[in-house]
Structure formats: structure tokens, C-alpha cells
Design a protein around this ligand. Sequence first.
Ligand code: FDA
Length: 391
Amino acid sequence: MHVNTLILGAGAAGMMAAAHAGPATLVIDHAKAPGEKIRISGGGRCNFTNLACAPDRFISKNPHFAKSALSRYTQHDFIALVASHRIAYHEKKLGQLFCDGSAKQIVQMLRDEMARAGADLWLDTTVGEIRHDGTFRVTLTRDGRSHVVTATHLVLATGAKSIPAMGATDLAYRIAAQFGLGLITPRPGLVPFTFANDRFKPLAGTALPSRATTGGHSFEEATLFTHRGLSGPAILQASSYWTEGEAITLDLSPDAPLADALIAAKRNEGRKSLTTILSRHLPARLVQYLSPDWPTDPMAALPDATLRDLAESLHHWQLTPSGTEGYRTAEVTLGGIDTAALNARTLEAKTVPGLYAIGEAVDVTGWLGGYNFQWAWSSGWAAGTAIAAAS
Ligand code: FDA
């Protein structure tokens, strides 16, 4: 069997590419359904893009690489596609767009777009040997039967290593290595931190507004204490900039200077305790957890300098995670196929004509908030339209 384009992976990027790659396109996936990560994303409502999408919201060894695809297929292009399928959506916060209904609508939209383009979809299909002699010869196994499919264009869209329980594999990395493309060491991103001795277990379930800073980047959003450590959007965002052994700094009251509040309370409510006053500004469980380290005298007896130091420690709480929860729960994988090996406009390998890599498999990782899907749409579109133009 010969096709013009064989796309490995029917996820966000692969389906988008298939919708634009032109005739004789086959998409294969080892899963039983396409777009499984889309289906479960955004709590089942899919945060499909972000109004504020811009290249500085992506992490890559080459921060310029994503610019071309992101500027030629933008968040507004994808929003127009969603609207044309009459899928209702809303902005939740910070430019994040979610479906009003189910994320399955986005999967169905992409299936419809693929069908309209005439692309075939083989599910439950595994990839075996790949050979290349000008055309690609790929051995596929479907329903227990082996097929050799030849293709002029081969697109790597099998994503990365996050959530192996959902079928994530390193297939794209292995094929890239076979063809001599470089790899930036992958690591889990948008992932909760773990801490030694389950130190935050007593606080599990407590959430508060915060600012998390690490690796020169700060994110002001909620932090959530978990049985194993820290999670919540501020922490997940910070995790993508964290390197092992480094501390993170948590500001537990980013919007209100606690020193002012404590000194005012000392003047006006001198008989009250620190814990009483701070419980107005921080979750009571967190105050209880931290209070063994604090003076027990009434506010009036505490020097201003002590109150200022205490406030400072709550605005700059230094914590060193022992690690992260890893690929088991990481929303994305940082690193991946080195962008130096790819043409930024077409996502085609510079040294292997006809070979493309798109989506999360590539060393481009977005912030939390719809950015990773936008990279999947933009890179999928860029590769798909380049293939159609070349065919
Ligand atoms: P994706 O993982 O979507 O697709 C890869 C496909 O390849 C899968 O269908 C897989 O089955 C298939 N495959 C893998 N290995 C294979 C093999 N060996 N053989 C055959 N097929 C194989 N992003 C965002 O912007 N907004 C959000 O709301 C969320 N929410 C979210 C929640 C959760 C729980 C996770 C884990 C991730 C998110 N993300 C997200 C991230 C987003 O899901 C991710 O960045 C994109 O799905 C990446 O798209 P790709 O097409 O590159 O990979």
C-alpha cells in the first residue's frame, strides 16, 4: 500500500496535520480512540488555546523556533475553526479558552476535518520497522496483520513521555534517533513537586493564592498542598523552569504586604495573638502548621522588627523539592527532538527530506493554559500545509 503521507500519532498535532496534508493521507495510532489527551484535558472541557499566545510563553533550547508556526497559524485561526463547528466556548481566566461543553467536541471537530480532507485513520495499530530509500517503508500491525505501507512523507506526531498510563511512548524520539536527529534531554514539565518525609501531608487539600518563583520566572496563581508536596497552577508553571536541587520561593501573600497588616494589628489589637491575626490573611491550617516556629506573646509585646522578619519569611518561603511526581502525572514533556534538526517553517528534517516532527515530540513546550495545544495545532498545520504544497 502506498500513501503520500503517513502520520504516526492521531493526537492533537497529528489530526491537525492530517486535515491539511492533502490527498492520500493515512494516520495511525496504537490507541483505540484518537485524541485521548484532548478528551481528558482541561477537566474534560479542553483548554484548547490561549488568547495571549505568544512565543515567550514557550520553552525551547531555541526560543525563536516556534515563532514561524505560531505566527502563521494563530490562536485566532483555531478559535475561528472552533466557531465554524459551532462549538461554544468561554474564557475561564488569563486568556484560557475552554469548551462550554465536552472536550469530545474538539476531538469530533478534528475527526470531521480529517474526514473532509479524505484522510484515513487506523486505530489499534502498532509501528514496527521503518526503512528509508527515498520513500519511507513502514511496517504496521493492525488486527494482528502486518502491512508494509510506503509513504513519500512521514510525520512523527506520537507526542512525548507524559502519562504512560494513557499510552505515551518515546517512539518519536527513537525514530528521530534512527534518522540522526538530535534530542534535547526530555524531562517532566507542568508537574507537582514532591518533598522529603511527606512534610506537607498535614496540609493536604489546602490552597491559597501565591507567587512561585524559580529559575528566574515567577507565576502568580494558586498553590495547592498535596499529600506528597505542592501542586496547583503556580507550582506546575514553576516546575517547567526548575532544575533539580534548586529551591523555589513561595510568596504566600502576593497581593497584600503582611508587614503592614501585622504592624497595624499590633497598634489596634495588641492583645490578640499572631495566629489570630495571620489567620485573616492565610488559610487557618497553614497558620497552625507554621505557628510552632512563631512567638506566642500578644501582638503588643512583639517588636516591629520581629513582625517585619516574620512577614518577610512568609513572602519569601524557600523550599527545596526532593523531586517531582515525574511522567506519571506531568502534563507535558520538556525537551524532545532538537529544533536545530528541523526547518521552523515546515517542521521538516533538514537532513531527511520528507520526514517531519510536530507537537510535543519536538523541543517546544508551552506554559499551562492552552499553549501546548496551540503548539500542536500550529506545528501540525505548518507541516500539513507544507506537505500539501510539496505534493
Ligand atoms: P498527543 O499525546 O496528543 O498525541 C500523540 C498520539 O500518539 C496519541 O494519540 C498516542 O496514542 C499516539 N502514540 C504514542 N505512542 C505511540 C506509538 N508507539 N505507536 C502508535 N501511536 C502512538 N494542553 C493544553 O494546551 N490545554 C490543556 O487543557 C491540556 N490539558 C492536559 C491535561 C492532561 C492530563 C495532559 C496529560 C496534558 C494536557 N495538555 C493540555 C497537554 C496536551 O495534551 C499535549 O501537549 C498535546 O496533546 C500534545 O499533542 P501531540 O499531538 O503532540 O501529542
